[in-house]
Write a protein that binds this ligand. Structure first.
Ligand code: NAP
Length: 352
């Protein structure tokens, strides 16, 4: 029996919260293996074990420990690059790598809303990947940039996608309770967040609103026509380590019963499940029926952190229905999302 040789990959921003998740998830990946790591000047030149302040419960993978951290320059790096760079530098660095022929699969927000850059959730809008053809033509890049959404957008867009497909969406209200790990390391100072709720996360609400419309938009004549429903987001930081919880209300375009919504969520499957991509959850949406679920404490790791868990579905006196959604912000909302994007790209022949 032949064993498939794994594809070597690199990580830009490998020392950060999302970079560490990528290193950890890639340790036992079926198709990819980490061969190259990069971060800021302060980390470059050191072994990863010395440069990185490891914050995950799982131990640092042995293979990564001795890798020397490189500067973020496209010299000697593998073709496939994951990026979890601080957005202050991601714009230039990712562009330089794409220009030099690398496939950049990015977590950063810099290119998400560019019309020629796919903003992808493989279960929701895999067809948007085709935007890269126009991107390479227009920008004259040998490589490309593909992005995944903001960690708060993911749970919202995943839970809305089956509803949009089955019933159409008219209005969406979302209030988030977002984990501190969403702010990177060291994140929000203890004195600001302990015993507190912070009702402001810079630019987050705008990102969630625009990204959700792009993700659920239709690809027409080589461009995405954003979804025509209204989205209003209110984002709060709470003292939870991992896992963004969202209270969501929706108005639908057509009649649907509570049972219809549950059925739409439970039967939701897409290309990642059909192709059994390595990071794909078998059940992208899990519906909990208990009156007090989902909760980060119990539901965060459903499907290895790749599922969106929904519950508390009930009528909404203002819109039509309301429910709660939970997703893991550094797995489904970041590192796992990027991995699944790269797996979709490989399965479509973009990495051959
Ligand atoms: P983080 O913990 O602050 O890590 C930032 C990374 O960027 C580190 O590896 C850092 O390297 C590197 N970096 C900073 N300045 C640099 C420079 N001038 N040149 C080169 N590298 C530099 O942030 P994070 O939470 O992992 O987030 C990374 C990206 O993913 C951000 O764009 C964020 O918005 C996005 N994102 C985060 C989440 C989440 O839940 N945390 C979810 C979705 C998307 P050093 O260690 O050497 O400084």
């Amino acid at each position: 029996m032949s064993v498939m040789k794994k594809l070597e990959v690199g990580i830009l921003g490998a020392t950060g919260m999302v970079g560490q998740r990528l290193v950890s998830l890639l340790e036992s990946h079926l198709w990819f293996e980490v061969a190259w790591l990069a971060a800021s000047e302060k980390s470059a030149g050191k072994p990863y074990a010395d440069a990185c302040h490891w914050r995950l419960r799982e131990p640092m993978p042995r293979a990564a420990r001795a890798l020397l951290v490189e500067e973020c320059r496209p010299v000697g790096a593998p073709q496939l690059m994951f990026s979890s760079l601080d957005s202050k530098v991601a714009g230039e660095v990712e562009r330089d790598f794409a220009r030099a022929g690398h496939v950049v699969v990015s977590n950063s927000s810099n290119y998400r809303m560019e019309p020629d850059v796919p903003l992808l959730i493989p279960e929701v809008n895999p067809e948007h990947l085709a935007l890269v053809r126009g991107q390479r033509q227009k920008r004259g890049w040998k490589g490309m940039i593909v992005t995944n959404p903001n960690c708060t957008t993911v749970g919202l867009a995943m839970s809305l996608a089956p509803l949009e497909r089955a019933f159409g969406l008219e209005k969406v209200l979302m209030t988030s309770m977002q984990a501190v790990s969403g702010a990177g390391y060291p994140g929000v100072p203890t004195l600001d967040i302990f015993g507190n709720v912070i009702p402001y996360i810079s630019n987050e609400e705008e990102k969630v609103e625009r990204e959700t419309q792009k993700l659920l938009g239709r690809l027409e004549d080589g461009a995405v026509r954003p979804g025509d429903f209204a989205v209003s987001a209110q984002c709060n930081r709470v003292l939870v380590e991992d896992g963004h919880t969202e209270s969501i209300s929706v108005a639908l375009k057509t009649e649907a019963s509570l049972r219809d919504l549950v059925e739409a969520w439970r039967s939701f499957r897409s290309i990642p499940q059909e192709r059994a991509l390595p990071s794909a959850p078998q059940h992208p949406i899990i519906v909990r029926e208990e009156c007090d679920r989902p909760q980060p404490k119990f539901d965060l790791h459903a499907e290895r952190g790749m599922a969106t868990v929904v519950g508390r579905l009930r009528p909404c006196p203002v819109l039509q229905y309301k429910y709660t959604a939970l997703s893991h912000n550094t797995i489904r909302g970041a590192a796992g999302a990027a991995l699944l994007n790269a797996e979709l790209m490989k399965s479509e022949g973009y990495l051959d």
